[in-house]
Design a protein around this ligand. Sequence first.
Ligand SMILES: Cc1cc2nc3c(=O)[nH]c(=O)nc-3n(C[C@H](O)[C@H](O)[C@H](O)COP(=O)(O)OP(=O)(O)OC[C@H]3O[C@@H](n4cnc5c(N)ncnc54)[C@H](O)[C@@H]3O)c2cc1C
Length: 439
Amino acid sequence: MPHRYHPWGRYPRWPQAAVRLNWRDSALPCLSDPTRNYLPFGNGRSYGDSCLTPGGVLLDARGLDRFMAFDPATGILRCEAGVLLSEILAQVVPRGWFLPVVPGTQFVTVGGAIANDIHGKNHHRAGTFGCHVRCFEILRSDGQRLRCSPAANPEWFRATIGGLGLTGVILWAEIALKRISNAATTVEVIRFPALAKFFELSAESDRDFEYTVAWIDCMAPGNQRGRGLFMRANHAPAGGCLSPKAKKHRVSIPVDLPVAVINRWSARVFDSLHYHQKLNSRGAAVVHYEPFFFPLDGIGYWNRLYGRRGFFQYQCVVRHTEEGRTAIEDILQCAAGGQSDSFFGVLKVFGNRPSPGRLSFPRPGITLALDFLNRGKPTLDFLERLDQIVAAAGGAVNPSKDARMSAASFKRFYPNWEILENLRDPRFSSGLWQRVTQE
Ligand SMILES: Cc1cc2nc3c(=O)[nH]c(=O)nc-3n(C[C@H](O)[C@H](O)[C@H](O)COP(=O)(O)OP(=O)(O)OC[C@H]3O[C@@H](n4cnc5c(N)ncnc54)[C@H](O)[C@@H]3O)c2cc1C
């Protein structure tokens, strides 16, 4: 199997055929076999089976990699859907512009960012990526081309944003960028001893800081559970003296390791060192945007550290209520128990700006993301238990990072899923969609 067509969590591992799309004006190739499913593929940074189609053919959109138009006065960018966010940033940051929303890696395509309606550390201000998409064009398997915006084909616009690649291939998109003065960010890192303090810091910081996020130490002993590092940042004002260049990848994991080298003990040492090191670095620092926004991009293919069996990323959102906070505490308590392998979590409070996407995961509330080593059935059973906690708190689990959610849970989290099913291209499907709609 070509390496490129794995999901980032390395699970599931299906043989996967693919054809590459290179021209936005061409018809979709190879749709002649009516028995096979198809699915657009971006850069495989989705963690699970939402970016695979078992027994089907991936339509690899990375070849749609052209910039089409940019207005340096308004920051409106039009580009093909296979362009990476890293490629956009490399072009626009030196011209004083930045993407309105970025995820924790810059190696995702514009098409993938729209299809999963990604969120970033500024959700409390900017909402999702989809909030900044002005229009795009999709190509359906019957050859139909639909130009979509809030005014033109609005239902298709709303179903495609967060539509998990199922409504058609996004060929190009127009995005509204945001002004910045330079490539620097001013970042503060604050240690907090417990979850209650996280919520205080978040409420206080969301007023003055564009970017806020926390890392939770899942290995902390019981009396320190919920401790972590709170990061808050803004783009630096004009006049900074930071070099516009960031350091490139320092290390890369060259091959899949046969077994996971991440385990509770190595992670405990790492986390503890990291936590205490940050104690000495309080106060604001001026850093290049790359290490702040994309810390894990500094280790190429870090997902291989989890070994051949791969891992799951579990991301949920619950309402920002007492009940929701208790659910987050319960999940962290489960994650700290002997049956799981989660070393640190990412915690953030989402804001109220609604996404145009019909099925988008981000919504007002508290979101927590945790990585779990895949140990087979015990891990699957454990994650199912977490789903029950989230469901009881009226929350939802992120399908774009999922590889095992049951149909019952999905339909509970996304009761309006049939809106997407009705607009889905009949030739398009994914592992995720088959699992959560056909069981
Ligand atoms: C280290 C890391 C950090 C991350 N941090 C965040 C984060 O902070 N916030 C967040 O929201 N996500 C985050 N993610 C997840 C990632 O941003 C999303 O999964 C993203 O959508 C991946 O984009 P991709 O180009 O790799 O697309 P793929 O993973 O290849 O595909 C994703 C989906 O997009 C569809 N798709 C791709 N291209 C097209 C197209 N041209 N037309 C139609 N559909 C298409 C696919 O069918 C699939 O359903 C992170 C991932 C990693 C590995």
